[in-house]
Design a protein around this ligand. Structure first.
Ligand code: NAG
Ligand code: NAG
Ligand code: NAG
Ligand code: NAG
Ligand code: NAG
Length: 355
């Protein structure tokens, strides 16, 4: 496949600012309430479920899903490339999609007053891959919405983990191991970031792991919050990332800030911090001023209060602009103690922030 290096977010941001002009106050709003159950113009549709049978050989696991949901010619092309090149399908998809797009997200793990952990995320995908002026939408974000699927990974007909994903993408950005832990990954931009690791990988030095393959492996193999936390903190990766992890006991919720080598910072849920929230900036630094989703999201979390946090109010927070924006592809809500994952495809009608 063709390799295109990741571009610097600063270059992108400048390009977007130049073409989109100033940020207007109409792009932000008061904290939303009463948005759940999902309905109306910000709700584009439910996400369908598919089962992936882990007892099948790896090459056969995805066949039904691919045949069903990848639109022509996308699926055929990717299968063709994989077949002709001998490169595993997942890697082809990675090269084709992941590293030439810019993922920006919001993830939050919150603890209610009974000590139950809730985990929510917006996946914002496809920045600067082409703005459709007429439709005021990001071309790739729109194309990816029909590809969003919920997956139930089973072994011996029993759920091992569940995830929300793009069909054809074998890494994991959002997942739950029922009754044990919940996990999301957000991209972290850093000057010594993806570039070097990916170049090394291409040059044959392959001791680092693709970030979303690590999350997949953790969902499959780790059996507890502690084990997951250790693996996420210690495995060498190709690029930096944020891992947002929730467990099944009071106090088990954290954000792990990763360099390629190891964890450089961990913040945990604790008595005087009932939630942890991550967008795409180190929590000890100010967010980039053109892209501050952290302050509005925290404002709404604070306004909600721990007494009133629930799947319903978490959806409200994730539905408030600009936490909800033109890139928001899906919203996922997870309750570890119920083993429940629910996802909704999103839309952000005008006026709405492009990111
Ligand atoms: C713009 O939106 C319309 C209606 O949703 C759709 O039919 C059309 O294909 C879109 N145009 C592009 C270029 O995506
Ligand atoms: C798998 O489990 C489902 C219910 O969870 C059941 O309907 C189905 O028959 C089972 N399949 C096999 C092959 O055991
Ligand atoms: C929490 O997770 C641990 C490790 O998987 C498990 O042993 C324990 O039973 C779980 N507790 C609850 C309440 O689900
Ligand atoms: C939310 O509350 C926390 C804890 O009290 C505080 O540190 C933070 O500044 C608040 N953020 C906003 C945006 O209100
Ligand atoms: C919590 O929710 C209840 C019912 O929706 C509402 O009456 C109450 O004012 C809320 N409390 C706070 C602190 O928002």
């Amino acid at each position: 496949g063709e390799f295109r290096p990741a571009r610097s977010p600063l270059t992108w941001s400048c390009a977007a600012t130049c073409s989109n002009g100033v940020i207007s106050s109409q792009y932000t709003e008061d904290c939303r309430t009463g948005m759940y159950p999902p309905d109306g113009p910000t709700f584009k549709g439910p996400v369908s479920w598919y089962t992936i049978d882990l007892d099948l050989p790896p090459s056969k696991r995805w066949t039904p899903l691919m045949a069903d949901s990848l639109p022509s010619p996308f699926g055929e092309e990717i299968k063709g490339i994989a077949g002709a090149s001998g490169v595993p399908l997942g890697e082809v998809v990675l090269f084709n999609i992941f590293y030439e797009v810019f993922t920006v997200c919001t993830s939050v793990v919150a603890q209610d007053q009974k000590g139950n952990l809730l985990h929510g995320r917006n996946l914002d995908f496809g920045l600067f891959l082409g703005w459709d002026v007429k439709n005021k939408s990001w071309t790739i974000s729109e194309k990816l919405k029909p590809l969003v699927v919920n997956l139930d990974f089973r072994r011996s007909n029993k759920t091992v983990f569940k995830s929300t994903n793009f069909a054809g993408y074998v890494g994991m950005l959002t997942g739950i191991k029922p009754h044990a832990f919940t996990l999301t990954m957000n991209e972290r931009f850093s000057l010594d970031g993806g570039y070097i690791g990916i170049l090394e990988w291409i040059m044959g030095q392959r001791d680092g792991m693709w970030m979303s393959f690590l999350t997949r492996s953790v969902l499959e193999k780790a059996n507890s919050y502690k084990e997951a936390k250790n693996q996420l903190a210690l495995t060498k990766m190709l690029a930096p990332a944020y891992f947002i992890l929730g467990g099944n006991q009071t106090g088990e919720g954290c954000i792990i800030t990763r360099s390629r080598e190891l964890s450089i910072d961990v913040i945990d849920v604790k008595l005087d911090r009932w939630y942890v929230l991550e967008t795409n900036y180190d929590h000890w630094k100010e967010p980039f001023f053109l892209d501050d989703r952290r302050t509005p999201a925290m404002k709404c979390m604070n306004k909600t209060t721990q007494a009133n946090i629930s799947v319903k109010t978490l959806y409200d927070v994730l539905s408030t602009k600009p936490v909800l924006n033109k890139l928001t592809t899906y919203t996922t809500l997870m309750q570890v103690s119920e083993g429940k994952l629910e996802s909704y495809i999103r839309d952000c009608p005008d006026p709405c922030m492009p990111w």
